[in-house]
Write a protein that binds this ligand. Sequence first.
Ligand code: FES
Length: 264
Amino acid sequence: MSVLLELKRLVERPYHRHSRVLSVGGWVERVDNVGGLYLLQILTDSPLSPEPPQFGMVWVPGMEAVPMTLIPAGEDRVAILVRPVGSTTNALAAMRPGKRLMLIGPSGKGLRLRPGTAVVAGGSATTVALAYAASGYRGPYLVATRRASEALALRRLFPSSNEVVTACEDSGCDFLGTAVDAIREGAVDAGAYLIAGPKPMLRGAYTVLRERGVLETSYAVVEVEVRCGTGACGLCRVPGTPYLLCVDGPALPLTDLAAYLGVS
Ligand code: FES
C-alpha cells in the first residue's frame, strides 16, 4: 500500500487518529526564495493552528508525504520552509501561487518556552526557530547554517524585535563555527535551551549543556522517520525512549535523550 493510501486510511479511522490532527487541503498563496530555501505561505481549507514546534505531513498530490515544521501564519494559514533535497521537496519548491497541496497535522505537542529560553536551530531545523518567532516568542535565537548567505537570509524573516545571533562555517555571520561551538563560547547565554538540529548537533549540545548545568531545563527537537503523523503506525518511536515523536514530540526533555544520543 502506498504511503498516501495508508495516510488516507489512517485519518479516516477516528479511533486511530490523534484528537487534534486534521487532514486538510491547502492553496499556495506565496513563495519566497530565502537564500536557496523556499518559504511557502499556504491558505488551508480548515485552520490547523499549530503551536511550535508541531509539524505536519505535507505532500503534493501524487507524491510521498514529508514531515515539515508548521509555521503559524494567521487564521487558516500556515507556512513551511522547504529545502529542496528530494522528489517531494523539489516539487514543493517548484510550486507557485494557486497550486494545491495536502497537509495532515498538527502532529506532536506544542512546547511553551519560559521567557529567556534560547532557541538554537541548525540545518533544516532552522524552521523551528521561525515557528517560535512567528508565534511571538522573542528569543534569544541562534540560527546556525553552513553558509552565511543562508543564515543572513533567514535572519531577515525574524521580527526586528527578536534577538537573533547567526553562526556559520564561513565568514559573514556573528559567530564563525558550528552551533555547538557557539553555545560553548557563550554566543547565546541562557538558563534553558531548546536545541533543534541534526543528531550530531544534539549530541554535542547535550554534552556542553550538561557541563554548564542546564540540562534539566533544556529540550531538543528530535528528527526520526515519520510515516502517519497520527500516532497510529508506531514507526516514529524515538530509540531509547518511551516516546512516539508524532505524539509526544518533537520536543523532548534532553535528560531523557542520553540513550538516543549515545551519551553516558
Ligand atoms: S509516524 Fe506513525 S505513530 Fe508516529
